[in-house]
Every structure is written in C-alpha cells, then in structure tokens.
Design a protein around this ligand. Sequence first.
Ligand code: ATP
Ligand code: MG
Length: 247
Amino acid sequence: MNLLELNNVSHVYGDIVKSKGLDNLSLTTQKGEFVAIMGPSGSGKSTLLNIISGILPATSGSVIVAGRNIANLNDEEAALFRRNTLGFVFQDFNLVETLTVRENIMLPLMFKNEGIKSMKEKSEKVAKSLGILHILNKRTQEISGGQAQRTAIARAIVHQPELLLADEPTGNLDSANSEEVMKIFENLNRNYGMSTFLVTHDVETATYSQRVIFIKDGKIYNEIRKGNNLIEYRENILNVLSVIRGV
Ligand SMILES: Nc1ncnc2c1ncn2[C@@H]1O[C@H](COP(=O)(O)OP(=O)(O)OP(=O)(O)O)[C@@H](O)[C@H]1O
Ligand SMILES: [Mg+2]
C-alpha cells in the first residue's frame, strides 16, 4: 500500500519575488518504507517535508498521505491529522524549555486528551527504550544534546505515528550519538513498521534507509535502493552526491 503519493507537486514561495521550493515533483512511498532525502542546501528538502505534513500548501499538484488528500482537510482536520498520523523530529530539537523531559514527551498525548495514567505509562515506556528514563524529571536546560535529541524522538513517537518525518535529526550530534539515534530509527522501522522519511546531509545516516531520493532545484534528481550490499549502497550514495555537487 502506498503511504505517500505526490503528483506533480510545486511550491512557490513569495508573492512578488517568487522562488520555487518544489518544481513538479512526483514520488510515491510504500507503507513501512524508510526513505532518506538528500540534496544540496536550498534544493527543497525541508519544503518537501512541510508539504507532506500540510504545514505548507502545494501551489499545484496533489499530496495524498495515508489515503487522505491533505488539501481537502479543513484547519481542524489538518491539525488532528498531524497529531494522530505524523511524528516530527527537527534538527534543533524544538523542546519546550519551561517543561520537563516527561512533559515534553507527553505533549502529543495531551493534545489527544489521554488520561494521566496512560500518558505516564506510555511516556515511561518510550523513555525506557531510548535510555532516558532517569532524566524524565529534568528540565530541558539540564540535559545534554544527545539526551535532548532522544527526548525529541520520544515525543515524536509516543503516540505511535504512521509516519515519522525527520529533518536533519542527527545534524547537531557527534558521530557516536548519531549512530545511536539512527539505530533507534532503524529499530522502530523494523519492529513497529513505522514509515520514516528522513532528510540528511550525512552519508552514514543515509545508509540506514532502504532508499535514497536525491533532490536538486526542487526536482527529483535520482534515486538509489539498498540492495544486499551496504558498502555498495554507501558508495552509490557518495557517487550521486559528488555528481550533484559537481565535484
Ligand atoms: N520561507 C521562505 N521564503 C522564501 N523562499 C524560501 C523560504 N523557505 C525556503 N525558501 C527557498 O526555497 C528553496 C528550498 O528551500 P528548502 O528550505 O526547502 O531547502 P533545503 O533543501 O531544506 O535546504 P537546507 O539543506 O539548507 O536545509 C530555497 O531556494 C530557499 O531559498
Ligand atoms: Mg532544510
């Protein structure tokens, strides 16, 4: 079953000075797929994520997510759809500083009016799996970058979204922490079938995916699927990147 269907999607920023964020882009992904998006700075990767989540409207073309045409949702339906179906992880974590780690993780459940007991159980379960059970009562200023990113991931997955959207989730982490975060994503994808759509500049991060879609100037430039050989996958990704960058 298709999870995402983008048909000839364009997004134009600005009224007077126009700039093309996406240019007639089409792609489909399967339910349960782990897709990485790569491409030069300004190529449209974040725009693509924002179009999929319905934060940005497509200027033309259609966007179907989990069977729903998101242009047809009203504001309330769109908000509900985002809260129930999607999880987000951002490069800069986006944690709420006035809240504790636990409260941050509970946020998506609060929006769903879950009971406090259920919220507590779910947040502890996910915190345990991410190794942050011991910091649940800390404020976000008191935790490390790696812990903050794990908290952001816990918040993104606590409501078991169908689709996880991650924009440079390892961009602020050192290589050891990046590897751990990617293993968590890999696990979620393998064991819970969570579809994942991840933007990254980093080749090592991209190798955790099953398919890399390369974007340039708002268009699909190329795509590579993982075969049985991880080393070959990595080499192929590096080759496309070097051509895309023209070096
Ligand atoms: N709010 C905005 N207003 C006008 N133009 C924008 C806006 N956001 C992005 N753009 C333009 O749209 C294009 C795509 O931007 P986008 O942020 O999607 O790129 P990106 O691939 O995520 O880049 P990066 O790797 O640097 O994060 C760029 O040319 C950018 O200048
Ligand atoms: Mg971006």
